[in-house]
Design a binder for this molecule. Structure first.
Ligand SMILES: [Fe+2]
Ligand SMILES: [Fe+2]
Length: 200
């Protein structure tokens, strides 16, 4: 992504956020994102969208996938099932746990027989609260989430969630009770593995 694309994604994100999310506290939350590295940080250290602006780009991709999947599942009147505001909140904020966690470090690598310093993203979480649960916790510091929103954000990693890998059965109970969470998890997967690329 070049700087023009990074800036365009930032504008698109802020436009959607301001037009659709009106809940008490949402303005402060957006201001927090603007002062954090949300619009410039990557979405991962080595995998999908591991580049400057990756997290914002990923959030927009997930938002588009989520809307598409909701329409596929519930038809064009899907807003009877879930409001536009909930859709935007879940998708645009599900990964804010990654904010202020990436930093650029350098390592020596041999290129054509010569040692050169290569930049890479290191991950250092100063608030190690988990992943989906951390996003829920951070958002809740600014505004209230509905049960559907909290469940979808909390369990968006699906079977990759470390709690599930550790043996928790909560995920499948959550997915049975909150089908929007299933649809959202799939949207996150599709954005990650289909819409976004691995770094070269
Ligand atoms: Fe995530
Ligand atoms: Fe994600």
């Amino acid at each position: 992504m070049n700087q023009t694309e990074i800036q365009a994604n930032k504008e698109e994100y802020i436009n959607i956020f301001e037009a659709i999310i009106k809940r008490d506290g949402s303005k402060d939350l957006l201001n927090f994102l603007k002062t954090s590295d949300f619009f410039t940080c990557p979405a991962s250290t080595r995998f999908h969208s591991a580049e400057e602006g990756g997290l914002c780009f990923h959030s927009l991709n997930v938002y588009k996938r989520f809307k598409k999947n909701l329409e596929l599942e519930y038809g064009e009147n899907y807003v009877d099932k879930i409001s536009d505001e909930s859709i935007a909140i879940i998708a645009l904020l599900h990964d804010i746990c990654k904010v202020d966690c990436y930093k650029v470090e350098y390592r020596n690598t041999k290129v054509n027989g010569e040692w050169v310093k290569q930049p890479y993203f290191a991950y250092e979480d100063k608030l190690p609260y988990g992943h989906g649960e951390k996003s829920v916790y951070m958002i809740s510091g600014f505004m209230k989430l509905t049960r559907d929103e909290a469940m979808a954000i909390n369990w968006h990693m699906g079977g990759f969630d470390t709690r599930v890998i550790g043996g928790s059965y909560s995920l499948s109970n959550a997915f049975y009770e909150y089908p929007l969470s299933v649809i959202f998890h799939i949207s996150d997967l599709e954005a990650t593995y289909i819409d976004e690329k691995l770094p070269n």
